[in-house]
Design a protein around this ligand. Structure first.
Ligand SMILES: [Zn+2]
Length: 185
């Protein structure tokens, strides 16, 4: 019996959609370690958790941080729901298109509209999966919203969209959609 039945089932589901999908530890990849060093440099140390906390889809591989083995099943499930959005974006835009949208417009750092849109679509799924797994109250948790706002406005993703009120409006719209769909109030 698996210790992670919910997330293992989702991995199997993702592999039916993306047969080459695989999970690998970042620590085993020279490229991932090089990206970590580059991020520390370009963000002046603001993104120093690339290898320990952040999950990264590149091609068909989900690169896992060092804390993955300790992640509980539900956390893995919510995370995989987010990353599946990036796999579908990659299918939609192609590898090069995805890289260009993610890295370029408008600026690589500080005002990265393309990256913010791609991440916003994925974090919408984070909110939806959180509501499904932990309930609407968890999706409404101000601490979660603060965390999401920080992903966009901090150096975590290179200050990709430093406008917290806009992020909070996006969050409120997604919650309103979820509430409408589930008939919650
Ligand atoms: Zn993401």
């Amino acid at each position: 019996m698996s210790e992670h039945p919910r997330s293992d089932a989702l991995v199997a589901e993702i592999q039916r959609e993306f047969p080459r999908f695989r999970l690998r530890p970042k620590s085993t990849s020279a490229l991932q370690r090089a990206i970590d060093v580059a991020l520390k440099i370009v963000t002046l140390g603001a993104q120093r958790e690339y290898l320990t906390r952040y999950h990264t889809v590149l091609g068909d591989t989900l690169w896992l941080p060092s804390r993955w083995p300790d992640s509980p099943d539900d956390a893995r499930y919510v995370l995989l729901r987010h990353e599946r959005v990036h796999l579908r974006q990659r299918r939609r835009y192609g590898f090069l298109g995805m890289a260009l949208i993610y890295l370029l417009p408008i600026l690589p750092l500080g005002l990265a509209w393309g990256r913010a849109r791609l991440e916003w679509e994925a974090y919408t799924e984070t909110l939806r999966a959180t509501a499904e797994v932990h309930g609407l109250a968890a999706a409404r948790d101000p601490a979660l919203h603060d965390y999401l706002v920080a992903q966009f406005t901090s150096g975590a993703y290179g200050w990709m969209w430093p406008f917290p009120r806009m992020i909070r409006r996006w969050i409120a719209e997604v919650l309103a959609d979820i509430e409408r769909e589930t008939g919650a109030r």
